[in-house]
Ligand binder design. Structure first.
Ligand code: BES
Ligand code: ZN
Length: 630
């Protein structure tokens, strides 16, 4: 395990809270003033001196008070230090003890100044021999990671719901933990939830609820803290194969099972490419609409947005993506958020290979072109914002929110780097190399530099290949030698769009079901932002994009509609914004709405109603776009 520290930041701080046992408040204040806590990889954790090997959680899930309350028992590898530093964010720390549960002794601790991005350091006093630290705590009502949904916001409207989102640095708002991807640990948990609900974690899971509401979980493979996850709700399970299945609320379970029936095929394809699936079970859960992402690769239990349910299985590439993370990300993990492309670039590349295997080259190519268009837009946008530095694969996130680096650059430039390499050395050698890479570094964390070294030693030098690796990783924009992908089916829809721009009517017999989602996206994008509202109305009459039930098409169509004053679809846009909390859709819609004074006012009105439906990840982003609640 190697954690590279390029620019450690040292801060000194004053204490504002402490537990006094042996020392007086004044003593601790004095000590606190002298303490210097380092921030590495967005964490206060002193993992190079003491780090968690195993975490055991005992938590009560209290829906009435919207809090988790209990104890986090850390078994740690102590290299002989007298302080253990954890990350916490808005947690209420009741007490800290040392030793085994049978023999716990209370100890002193202090909490550093609160930072709105990083939270606070929790500094626990220990002896050089101490290995077991037990932190008794409860979460805040507005914990960033937690989305507590009242019953009205769930499918059945009968029971409340809770889910967590840890990546990138939100786990510290529900568990006191050294919250850096540079450290891995195993975990177990004992949870108590209301007996009418089922609890699931990124661990061994029940498939049915029991009468006591008590559940035990085990994650035997070591994981980084951002992959700790929990969800509690009225949930059912359907098996898809021996080692895969779907969880969802009762009203969605059958459609979800049908929509995602190809999961077993995807697992087979992935294993054939890069080796055995090492997490035993691959289940997915369809979360409520507020879930801010398309998917989240929580080990053994991928979290999914319900917007993937399009009725025709056309949005399953997100599942291929999250499954691919079982290798790239969960097995081989980025050491810091500056190396985020190691997680996402590899995953987008791998996702595309799974899609090619299961659905054919033509579909995989269309997906890749759609992504490349998005990358080009993102790079243009970053350049106009003077953020050329963020078009590098290796990022610099000193003093910045890791979210700033979570752009298409890490995802798509990363994937195109690997695609271009593959083309250069040939698929056979490249597959061997990637296989070897996952195998050599499984259950480790890696920096970009570790990867570059591995690439040179195991691929470029043995094959005697010259490649502009440094330009791809440390340079701006998209290098000249990037692979170009073409699609005949895209050319057809682009021609169709061109005809319409020139005044031709849509072919009368054309139906939406004639083409797949990506073809329609390419069609909508071919108008380059311009299309009269009369023509948009005509297209909607024939193809019904505005109510298509396909969230990819709807969001793309709504953005075009806002740009072209197609105000007739405002009711549909409003309904969408009040239902869907996925940031990928919300962001472009609100940004476009913020473009004129009139649409901005309208957006603010809608947002007032819609904001309670969003997770903190999404509403924090939208607050900034609209300049509200800050
Ligand atoms: N791990 C990410 C989601 C994420 C990234 C959460 C950074 C928090 C911080 C997940 O695998 C992902 O990339 N989701 C995408 C899916 C898409 C690229 C297929 C999404 O949500 O849109
Ligand atoms: Zn991902």
């Amino acid at each position: 395990m190697m954690i590279k520290r390029l620019f450690p930041i040292i801060i000194a701080f004053t204490l504002f809270s402490c537990n006094q046992k042996k020392e007086t408040t004044e003593d601790i204040k004095e000590k606190g003033n002298q303490l210097a806590i380092e921030i590495n990889n967005h964490s206060y954790g002193n993992v190079d001196k003491i780090s968690t090997n195993h975490l055991h959680l005992e938590l009560n899930v209290d829906f009435d008070n919207k809090t988790l309350k209990g104890v986090a028992r850390h078994n740690m590898d102590n290299k002989g230090v007298e302080k253990a530093v954890f990350d916490i964010k808005k947690l209420n720390i009741e007490k800290v003890t040392l030793g085994n549960p049978e023999n716990e002794k209370e100890t002193t601790f202090s909490i550093g100044k609160y930072d709105s991005l990083l939270g606070s350091p929790l500094i626990v006093d220990i002896s050089k021999e101490d290995e077991n630290i037990n932190i008794y705590y409860s979460t805040a009502k507005d914990a960033d990671a937690l989305d507590w949904l009242d019953a009205e916001l769930t499918g059945s409207k009968k029971h409340p719901y809770l889910y967590t989102q840890g990546q990138a640095i939100l786990t510290r708002s529900w568990i006191p933990v050294q919250d850096t991807p540079g450290n891995r640990f195993t975990y177990s948990a004992d949870l108590k939830v209301p007996s009418e609900l089922l609890a699931l974690m990124s661990a061994t899971n029940p498939t049915e609820k029991n009468e006591t509401g008590e559940y035990h979980f085990e994650m035997k493979q070591p994981i980084p803290s951002y992959l700790l996850a929990l969800t509690v709700g009225e949930l059912e399970y359907r098996r898809l194969s021996d080692n895969s299945g779907v969880y969802a609320e009762p009203h969605l379970i059958e459609v979800a099972k049908e929509e995602f029936k190809d999961i077993p095929k995807m697992i087979d394809a992935a294993e054939a490419l890069y080796g055995k699936y090492l997490w035993d079970v691959y289940d997915v859960i369809v979360l409520p609409y507020s879930f801010p992402f398309g998917g989240m690769e929580n080990p053994r239990l991928t979290f999914l947005t319900p917007t993937l349910i399009a009725g025709d299985g056309s949005l399953v590439s997100t599942i291929a993506h999250e499954l691919a993370h079982s290798w790239s990300g969960n097995l081989v993990t980025n050491a810091s958020w500056e190396d985020f492309w190691l997680n996402e670039g590899f995953t987008v590349y791998f996702e595309n290979r799974i899609m090619e295997e299961v659905y054919g080259k033509e579909v995989a190519n269309m997906l890749a072109i759609i992504e490349f268009q998005e990358l080009e837009n993102t790079i243009q946008e970053l350049n106009t914002q003077d953020r050329e530095r963020d078009t590098h694969l290796k990022l610099n996130l000193d003093d910045r929110d890791p979210d700033d680096g979570m752009t298409d650059v890490a995802y798509v430039k990363g994937a195109f780097f690997l695609k271009t390499l593959e083309e250069k050395v040939g698929r056979e050698d490249f597959d061997k190399f990637i296989n070897g890479y996952f195998n050599a570094h499984k259950f480790e964390t890696l920096t970009t530099e570790d990867f570059v070294k591995y690439l040179k030693t195991n691929l470029l030098t043995p094959l005697n290949v010259d490649f502009n690796t440094d330009e791809w990783i440390y340079g701006a924009g998209i290098p000249e030698n990037t692979i170009r992908i073409e699609s005949k089916r895209f050319e057809i829809v682009q021609e169709l769009a061109k005809g319409i721009t020139e005044g031709k009517a849509l072919p009368k017999n054309l139906k939406r079901g004639d083409k797949i989602t990506q073809e329609w996206l390419a069609f909508i994008r071919a108008f380059n932002g311009g299309l009269s509202k009369e023509v948009m109305t005509a297209i909607d009459q024939q193809l019904n994009f505005k109510n298509s039930g396909n969230s990819e098409i709807m969001s793309e169509w709504y953005v075009l509609g806002i740009k072209n004053d197609y105000t007739e679809i405002r009711p549909e846009i409003k309904a969408f914004l009040k239902k869907v909390g996925r940031r990928k859709y919300l962001e472009p819609l609100y940004i476009t709405l913020a473009g004129t004074k009139e649409t901005l006012e309208w957006a603010k009105d809608v947002y007032k109603e819609a904001r309670p439906y969003y997770h903190a990840v999404s509403f924090n982003t939208i607050d900034k776009i609209l300049g509200v609640n800050q």
